[in-house]
Design a protein around this ligand. Structure first.
Ligand SMILES: Nc1nc2c(ncn2[C@@H]2O[C@H](COP(=O)(O)OP(=O)(O)OP(=O)(O)O)[C@@H](O)[C@H]2O)c(=O)[nH]1
Ligand SMILES: [Mg+2]
Length: 432
């Protein structure tokens, strides 16, 4: 951003609200304030950090609207530039009129993610933290919000940094061995260098493996499995408001049916499947294969059985006994439900939410998909260097490990114009 340039956007959520936030960032912001803001305090100074209430005029409309103005000065602002935030009444039309007016006065409409991008370019956030900003905005439950927050506070950045340091520890003895050009280079390379490199590759692998929770973008999948006629589809309909066919004929469901719902505030994807012992035949077998795939991808596997038979499949996290209206008591170790009347559904939702919370653990490993991919690439390049060390002159291993160093560095830093920036901010919305 050049001197005198400013960007503007509505920074609050779209739609009606009590207040809307309009954010300006860049330099020379005082000119907008001097042109449109009428402060209630005579001592207010547009070039000093602070807040002031007053009136904002939009001359094209002849409006003067109440406004709270916040001024933040570089570098102590979210973007590292000067920032002005206007809190105006939360009418979308009104906020948009103010933004259009500011554009008329010379501000540019902020591109998607422009404010966070400025924060990155000005060193307020690194790229791993920028990923975390979006992850936090998109977090669907407590566990994801905690993971994203951990990354935003620098959790991922510290991990990447420590891996970079371990790489430097490998490179230093290798580089200094290469400097002994008058000796047999191989004889001055530490004997345990390959072992130490293998250890680092294993650390990178472990970090990638631990990243799956946060990197997963789909909803938590809760899969209903059980014998044909157990009442799975009836239960699925009651939980999701769906309209799956339900009959007393075994094998009614052939497809896997998916529908979003919520478990005690945790958004989930409920999945209904074909009955385990249902009919066989070419088409039915496709349904059985589909069920097996769903079972493998389940976050919580819910075994469903008619309470009168209690024939639960093995390996389920929860056991749900249906047809509670037709038995005297709930079978031991199960959650009893009567889907047609709604009995037991809330308890089932709560139990699923509890399972999901337990599954996510107390300190979820938190990386963006981009970071996880980068760590995987770095592990590959480190291993290539280990192979090279055994078969080629040491320059080859050194070159591989320097490349791994670049891969790790790019997870946190980018030069202006680096395509990784566009990749990170491509899916962002305006105002963030
Ligand atoms: N009385 C009673 N009937 C139920 C209950 N749940 C399901 N049913 C009935 O049981 C029969 C089988 O229900 P479905 O939901 O189609 O069973 P399913 O497990 O999906 O069966 P498949 O699709 O063949 O695997 C239907 O006639 C439902 O109306 C219940 O809690 N009480
Ligand atoms: Mg069914």
């Amino acid at each position: 951003m050049r001197a005198g340039e400013a960007v503007v956007a509505i920074a609050s959520a779209r739609g009606r609200s009590a207040r809307a936030v309009i954010r300006l960032a860049g330099s020379g912001l005082a000119r907008f304030l001097l042109a449109r803001f009428e402060p209630t305090s005579a001592s207010w100074n547009p070039d000093v950090r602070g807040a002031c209430i007053g009136w904002w005029s939009v001359p094209v409309h002849g409006w003067s609207i109440p406004v709270d103005v916040w001024v933040y000065k570089a570098p102590r602002s979210v973007t590292g530039t000067d920032v002005v935030e206007l809190l105006v009444p939360g009418s979308p039309a009104l906020a948009e009129a103010v933004v259009r007016d500011l554009i008329g006065l010379g501000a540019a409409l902020a591109a998607p993610g422009a404010f966070t991008r400025l924060a990155v370019m000005n060193g307020r956030l690194d790229l791993a933290q920028a990923d975390a900003v979006m992850a936090l905005i998109r977090a669907r439950d407590d566990a994801e919000a905690r993971a994203a927050h951990h990354a935003l506070e620098g959790g991922d950045s510290r991990l990447i940094e420590s891996l970079e340091e371990a790489l430097v520890d490998l490179l230093i003895p290798l580089e200094s061995a290469l400097d002994f050009s008058d000796q047999d280079v191989a004889s001055v390379i530490p004997g345990d260098l390959a072992d130490r490199a293998s250890l680092l590759a294993a650390r990178l692998d472990a970090a990638v493996a631990a990243s799956s929770g946060y990197a997963r973008r789909g909803l938590h999948r809760v899969v209903l499995v059980g014998a044909a006629n157990a009442g799975k589809s009836t239960l699925w309909n009651a939980l999701t408001g769906g309209a799956a066919l339900t009959t007393s004929v075994p094998g009614t469901t052939r497809d896997a049916l998916e529908r979003e719902g919520s478990c005690a505030g945790v958004p989930v994807m409920w999945v209904d499947t074909a009955g385990i012992d249902g009919p066989r035949g070419d088409v039915d077998d496709l349904g059985h294969a589909m069920r097996e795939r769903q079972v493998r991808g389940a976050d919580v596997l819910v075994g469903v059985a008619d309470a009168r038979r209690s024939d639960f499949p093995d390996g389920c996290a929860l056991r749900v006994a249906t047809h509670l209206d037709l038995v005297r008591e709930t079978p031991i170790g199960t959650l009893g439900v009567c889907a047609p009347s709604g009995v037991g559904l809330d308890a089932l939702r709560a139990a699923v939410a509890e399972r999901l919370r337990r599954g996510s653990g107390d300190a979820p490993a938190a990386f963006s998909l981009r970071v996880a991919e980068g760590l995987r690439d770095a592990a590959d390049v480190v291993r290539r260097g280990i192979d090279a060390l055994a078969t080629h002159p040491p320059e080859f291993a050194a070159s591989d490990w320097r490349e791994a160093q670049r891969v790790l560095r790019r997870l946190r830093f980018a030069e202006p114009g680096d395509p990784v920036l566009d990749r990170i901010f491509a899916s962002w919305c305006i105002g963030k």
